[in-house]
Design a protein around this ligand. Sequence first.
Ligand SMILES: CC(=O)N[C@@H](CCC[C@H](N)C(=O)O)C(=O)O
Length: 384
Amino acid sequence: MAQLTKQDLIDIRRHLHEYPELAMQEVQTHQYLLAVIQKFKQDYLEIREVPELPTALLVYVTGSAPNRTIGYRTDIDALPVIEQTGLPFASKNPGIMHACGHDIHMTVALGVLNWFSEHQPKDNLVFFFQPAEESQNGGKVAYEKGVFEGKWRPDEFYGLHDNPNLPAGAIGCRMGTLFAGTTEVNVDLIGKSGHAAYPQDANDMVVAAAQFINQVQTIVSRSVNPIEGGVITFGRLDAGTIRNVIAGKARIEGTIRGLTQKMIEHIVDRLKQVADGIATSYGATVNIAFNQGGYLPVENNDSLTRRFIAFAKQDSQTQFIETQPAMTGEDFGYLLSKIPGTMFWLGVDDNSALHSATLNPKESSISKGINSIVRFLEYRQTAD
Ligand SMILES: CC(=O)N[C@@H](CCC[C@H](N)C(=O)O)C(=O)O
């Protein structure tokens, strides 16, 4: 296959969009990516499957006179969201949607890889098609399983996330922290079920859960420095079976966000205190569990990011926008804690937010993004 055309790229993106898969279940996605890459000119490419992480895929591009190995990562998983875009290429996998734009991410990565399969780079390149960004921290799992050992370890790592608030194809970035660190929180409240008519004989966990959620709302408003900020969102609440049985159990699932580890730890401590208080005042057992996994704050490396931003500002074909830190999370934060690099935004100009059932990124962002990234990687290879 020669250079992919704009239409090829749109066809690829639409196929990926039609068949989204959840974290660690990206079997068809993996097969499709492999089939596309196998059609590229193979002269400089080495494709690597990873038995310990079967839906991951790596591709090594051998440079002509390498000074370094540059990594480029894309995530490949989707979300449990029921698509409501009405698009002709809407998800065919019920209840699953590329509502975070990873279909765009993958297509851009394929476009960049396709370019370098036709135009041998000077430096070596490693492309990492990563499972499980939305949950189960695929980046951390890959690192811990030794995926980046030997020649597969990049000296520096780059990756993007799409951004509906930026113009299609624009590149957004900043020095320092780009994304928050996140920690999942699960709360189990255990009381006593009973007849709706006899509350005095039961211990109602719907009431306790409601009180817990309300009290937690004061953590960010009263215990967090407003200049630093933080987020606690409970996206799931499960309690009871029917209107006339008092619920003896409730389960609350949420996510905590902060731009520093210190802030995340502070919020975790306050949540534990609120949970203890609810346990005491309601005579309930309240078990609270936290899991950060690999979702560390995304810290851009100083010198690499300064160079990246300098390139993007002066490149006549790149529209650069300096952005604020965002409270979205990304397990690329873990990889950047091990390997220096830069995460940046790719604008996809849409009225719907990330994770929304109507997200519809502008497809013109794909070829613009590929062009800027190829130009950056070529520029990077001429520098020290
Ligand atoms: C870009 C994006 O939306 N990432 C996700 C990452 C999820 C992190 C983790 N599972 C959690 O919810 O804490 C996000 O929700 O920001």
